[in-house]
Design a protein around this ligand. Structure first.
Ligand code: FAD
Length: 164
């Protein structure tokens, strides 16, 4: 995925540094702090963004959306059939393609669509789908400057739980 990070947006200029196009603040494409800043929200003395973030029950920002979505995707892969039928393989492939068209963070979705061209989903078995999902997540991790996840641990992380 081309490095599309929330930080690619400059809230002060209101421009997308990658495309040079003006940015309309979009909650699902920005972290909460940047979104509030872009909206010109001024906090009363004594109230911090951090305090608000811990108490709020609000629409998801980019990072919450990402965490929840990865949880769903990895868990879905963990419960995918070991030996899927041809129809199940095709349905899962379609699901991933359609997902990439509707994921609410638009630049994340655009990058994902690009990546799917070079890394088509491997829906041939549960294990292969889990490994494919892990690789896709690692592509994003690397672009965001985060460490790669050890894909030999997906079963522990998303199905069986960590060994002691
Ligand atoms: P997350 O990256 O959300 O990970 C959640 C948990 O998954 C981790 O705590 C870890 O236990 C586990 N994990 C981590 N890596 C792997 C892996 N490879 N395999 C299995 N498990 C793993 N954000 C952007 O700023 N720019 C983007 O372009 C962008 N694209 C995205 C594309 C998609 C399809 C999705 C679902 C999200 C995208 N995000 C993007 C959001 C981003 O990936 C993170 O979800 C967000 O930054 C929050 O990160 P986090 O550190 O809380 O953990």
């Amino acid at each position: 995925m081309a490095a599309s990070m929330g930080k690619a947006f400059s809230e002060t200029e209101g421009m997308n540094k990658q495309s040079g196009r003006p940015v309309k603040p979009c909650r699902a494409c920005m972290d909460f702090k940047s979104f509030a800043k872009a909206q010109g929200v001024k906090l009363p003395p004594g109230l911090s963004m951090e305090k608000i973030e811990t108490k709020r029950e609000c629409p998801l920002d980019k990072d919450e959306l990402g965490r929840n979505t990865w949880s769903f995707l990895h868990t879905t892969a963990a419960y995918y059939p070991d030996e899927p039928t041809t129809t199940q393989q095709s349905d899962m492939n379609q699901f991933i393609q359609l997902f990439s068209k509707f994921y609410p963070c638009d630049f994340c979705a655009a990058d994902l669509r690009e990546d799917l061209k070079t890394h088509p989903p491997d829906t041939s078995s549960r294990s292969n789908l889990q490994q494919w999902m892990c690789k896709m997540h690692n592509i994003v991790n690397v672009k965001l400057g985060k460490p790669k996840f050890d894909c030999s641990k997906v079963e522990e992380r998303w199905k069986d739980g960590w060994k002691d």
